[in-house]
Design a binder for this molecule. Structure first.
Ligand SMILES: CC(C)(COP(=O)(O)OP(=O)(O)OC[C@H]1O[C@@H](n2cnc3c(N)ncnc32)[C@H](O)[C@@H]1OP(=O)(O)O)[C@@H](O)C(=O)NCCC(=O)NCCS
Length: 129
């Protein structure tokens, strides 16, 4: 397994992972979502975990001009879970931004708690759309 920075050339294999996740990730790979997500990827910092010719996980984040790195998406392929790929992706972001705090928008608090990360703040929805 190798982790590297995502580039446009990885697009098809990354979407293969998203499609494989089914409707939970439809906002990203559905007909409208895909176009929007391709744009989001262009303006994000994304790392992918490769296992031979398969993208088995990825993390997408943005850097706030020196005020921290914010992780928006973390996903590991179902068949590859439990092999520390998620943890390794998170650690790679930390390694590449040694002088900045790194935050994650959590949907699965028990996972980040299990990894020993400290909760800081929370997110409120001000408006639905
Ligand atoms: C959550 C997710 C990223 C974990 O990826 P993973 O590569 O399987 O996780 P890791 O192998 O790094 O797990 C590290 C540890 O956390 C534990 N863990 C994994 N998922 C967990 C969960 N949902 N709750 C609590 N602990 C969890 C593992 O058992 C492992 O423990 P160990 O060190 O005692 O073996 C993966 O299950 C996934 O993609 N889920 C769907 C998308 C999602 O929920 N993304 C994160 C929310 S933003």
């Amino acid at each position: 397994m190798e982790i590297r920075r995502y580039s446009k050339a990885d697009e098809t294999l990354l979407f293969d992972l998203l499609i494989n996740e089914g409707d939970d990730w439809i906002d990203y790979h559905g007909p409208v979502g895909r176009i929007k997500y391709i744009k989001a990827l262009e303006s994000s910092i994304t790392y992918i975990a490769y296992d031979e010719n398969l993208v088995c996980g990825y993390v997408r984040c943005r850097e706030d001009d020196g005020f921290g790195v914010y992780i928006y998406d973390l996903l590991v392929r179902k068949t590859h879970r439990g092999r520390r790929i998620g943890k390794t992706l998170l650690e790679r972001v930390c390694e590449d931004f040694p002088n900045q705090p790194v935050y994650v928008m959590s949907d699965v608090d028990p996972y980040y708690e299990k990894l020993g990360y400290r909760r800081e703040g929370s997110i409120f929805k001000i408006k639905a759309k």
